[in-house]
Ligand binder design. Structure first.
Ligand code: NAD
Length: 256
């Protein structure tokens, strides 16, 4: 038996915006290992960018999901239940913060902006996990994307630092609460990758260059690297791991 094989595993990936998205790297790798996919798109404006990717990956389900709209979340999970009757993995690869708040100092952040960032980037994980729990009848695995700016002060990461810290802590509590159901939960912490979300950070190019220069491995990280990691973690080969924040950043996080 090949414990890395994902044939028969069925999963939902939320967070593909385009071909640069980390979620797309995950979708490609999971598909390559045999998994069946349900993909979502944010709204009608995003749909034309995501639909060709869903077709390319032979996604069995393709539905809208704005996590601020519980009706859409419910409809998405209803469809998964109807179509598959179960779920084996969930990937939460989404983040949002209003640009005014993201570009300013944390101390100056507005209450509304902070709460919105926390709601869409962090509490949305709980909402998706709650819906997944009942469908993960034979156990499962859940992933959320985080960043080193949660642990260390990274210039220009600003209010997303505490939001990602809350996300990572949530992952540990979820791993604890769902462990008895054999549902594993991890946070994946990639180094900087040029994506649409990343382009919202001030001076992102400098961040990318610094990471490339200072990382122990002389290698530029890409979305396929994140996909390979997630495929391993979804597989039965990783069945004794849960609750971790797993860095995938060419070793940058160990540098002083
Ligand atoms: P991306 O722009 O491709 O993906 C962000 C996704 O969030 C988009 O698909 C967008 O539609 C989705 N989103 C925003 N608001 C939403 C809502 N209300 N409902 C549903 N979806 C919503 O950028 P990305 O870099 O692939 O980001 C994915 C995740 O990876 C984020 O959590 C981000 O913080 C994290 N991350 C990114 C990097 C990086 O350098 N790119 C590094 C570490 C972690």
């Amino acid at each position: 038996m090949n414990r890395f094989d994902l044939t028969g595993k069925k999963g939902l990936i939320v967070g593909i915006a385009n071909q640069q998205s980390i979620a797309y790297g995950c979708a490609k790798a999971l598909k390559e290992q045999g998994a069946s996919l349900a993909l979502s798109y944010l709204n009608e404006k995003a749909k034309p960018h995501v639909e060709p990717l869903a077709k390319e990956l032979n996604a069995e389900l393709f539905l809208p999901c704005d996590v601020s709209k519980q009706v859409q979340v419910d409809a998405l999970f209803d469809e998964i239940e109807r179509h598959w009757g179960k779920l084996d993995f969930l990937i939460h690869s989404i983040a949002f913060a209003p640009l005014d708040d993201l570009h300013g100092r944390l101390v100056d952040s507005s209450r509304e902006g902070f709460l919105l960032a926390m709601d869409l980037s962090c509490h949305s994980l709980m909402r998706l996990v709650k819906k997944s729990e009942d469908l993960m009848k034979n156990g499962g695995s859940i992933f959320a994307m985080t960043y080193l700016g949660s642990e260390k002060v990274i210039k220009n990461y600003n209010l997303m630092g505490p939001v990602k810290a809350a996300l990572e802590s949530s992952v540990r509590y979820l791993a604890y609460e769902l462990g008895a159901k054999n549902i594993r939960v991890h946070a994946i912490s990639p180094g900087p990758i040029a994506t649409r979300a990343a382009s919202g950070l001030a001076e992102f190019d400098e961040l990318l260059e610094k990471a490339n220069q200072r990382s122990p491995l002389d290698k530029n990280l890409n979305i396929d690297d994140v996909g390979s990691l997630v495929s391993f973690l979804v597989s039965d080969a990783a069945s004794s791991m849960t609750g971790d924040v797993i860095h995938i950043d060419s070793g940058y996080h160990i540098m002083g």
